[in-house]
Write a new protein. Structure first.
Length: 121
């Protein structure tokens, strides 16, 4: 297992990321395309999915960040993502600090400066 990685249940990982997403200013959860999507100002920033019967989390990030994460074995291109979304399987060891960081990055990207400024560093 990788340093900093833990093997939590997918339900626990989804719960942790859901709680974080909903703690952000003006964030909401909707059901779209058959799965939970977290949005700010009607823009999605995180989605929970079942792909090929495996649980995953997708993050909306800058294209350069997507490319960088795709160099890691644990990440894959989100099928509909057009280079703007990257996903990670959560039925294997995951680095929760990295998930927290990506969740914040995704939110900040879609929220804009005013709402992003309300988040603690």
């Amino acid at each position: 297992m990788l340093p900093g990685a833990i093997m939590p249940s997918p339900t626990r990982v989804f719960g942790r990321v859901r709680e974080m997403c909903l703690s952000f200013p003006e964030a909401s959860e909707i059901s779209a395309w058959g799965h939970p999507v977290f949005r700010v100002r009607r823009k999605g920033f995180v989605a929970f999915e079942q792909l090929r019967e495996r649980p995953s989390i997708a993050f909306r990030l800058e294209p350069i960040e997507v490319e960088r994460l795709l160099e890691r074995k644990t990440f894959f291109a989100t099928p509909y993502g057009r280079g703007l979304w990257v996903s990670v399987w959560v039925d294997r060891p995951v680095n929760e600090r990295l998930l927290d960081k990506l969740t914040r990055q995704a939110y900040r990207l879609m929220a804009g400066k005013r709402l992003s400024a309300l988040l603690p560093e």
